[in-house]
Design a protein around this ligand. Structure first.
Ligand code: SAM
Length: 293
């Protein structure tokens, strides 16, 4: 598994033909990627105000929600140029509640990155305890910026984190938005059919996907479960085509791409996570028969 940094990329254009982890800030690295190249982008950016990754340029730590939204719109605008005309973007986002103007959150023993040295203020127009609707705010901003918003998929997590709330249901879902660059795009519905109610029959995949979260204690953030990424890559790429993840983390998109004989480019800022991703991907055996189960 090759890890490279920006200056090397600029020198040798051949590098693009293999799977890579690119070290750096995705806001800069994305601009150097080849145009009209990727069949899809699958990613989960840091959520707004939820994690402290411990570096100044982190996305998700903006004080104002509109700055967070604008940062994402601008990265995905650059990514649109890098997708093929028939390419798609699959964006995973979870929602947040307003902090009620608390300025910090205590460290959680199981999950140190949930400790926050800052909490963003309540966005104007909202009240303490309001659900913010971050995923939809981002989705509408991307739609306005030219993306075709094609589907909102509910990722239902039966084993979600318990919450100590008594005045609302426990949050057990996140969103995955499917966007396309053009009106017509590549989408192989047959490869991801699901069992129908009638025994032995298959039907078109629905918009609620039930997938358990997979604990990954080495990473201080939630990683994608492989089962969530698998249908996305099957539906939106053919073997040997390229998948992009600009917030690579522990590299689940790379793991699933390799299993399915696809190629990938992942961008990650933190060395610690790059190393985890590299190790995980090196341990993956490529399947010759797929879809793997
Ligand atoms: C939610 S995690 C992604 C997890 C990933 N989907 C997985 O399965 O492991 C978000 C990642 O984005 C990285 N990140 C945050 N801001 C970044 C930036 N500006 N450039 C590159 N990576 C960034 C964080 O370090 C973190 O690893």
């Amino acid at each position: 598994m090759t890890v490279i940094e920006l200056p090397e990329v600029k020198e040798s254009k051949e590098v693009w033909n293999s799977s890579l982890i690119l070290k750096g800030d995705s806001r800069q690295v994305v601009k150097e990627l080849p145009n009209d190249f990727y069949s899809c982008c699958v990613t989960s950016p840091p959520y707004w105000g939820k994690r402290d990754y411990g570096y100044d340029t982190q996305i998700g730590a903006e004080f104002e929600i509109n700055d967070y939204i604008n940062h994402l719109v601008s990265i995905f605008r650059d990514i649109r140029k890098k997708l093929k005309e028939d390419g798609t973007l699959w964006l995973n986002l979870g929602d947040s509640y307003t902090s009620g103007n608390r300025t910090w959150r205590a460290e959680d023993k199981k999950n140190p990155a949930r400790g926050m040295t800052y909490r963003p203020p309540t966005p104007s127009g909202l009240k303490p305890k309001d659900l913010i609707g971050v995923p939809w705010k981002v989705a509408f901003a991307l739609q306005e910026d030219g993306w075709y918003l094609r589907s909102d998929i509910i990722w239902y997590k039966p084993n979600c984190q318990p919450e100590s709330v008594k005045d609302r249901p426990t949050q057990s879902h996140e969103y995955i938005f499917l966007f396309s660059k053009s009106e017509k795009y590549y989408y192989d519905s047959v490869s991801i059919k699901e069992p129908a109610i009638e025994k032995g029959k298959l039907r078109n995949k629905r918009t609620v996907w039930q997938v358990n979260t997979e604990p990954f204690p080495e990473a201080h953030f939630a990683t994608f479960p492989e089962e969530l990424v698998k249908p996305i890559i099957l539906a939106s790429t053919k073997p040997d085509q390229f998948v992009l993840d600009p917030f690579f983390g522990a590299g689940t998109v790379g793991v699933v791409s390799k299993r399915l004989n696809r190629k990938f480019h992942g961008i990650e800022l933190k060395n610690e996570y790059l190393e985890i991703a590299k190790k995980r991907i090196n341990n993956v055996r490529q399947t010759t028969a797929f879809p793997y189960s």
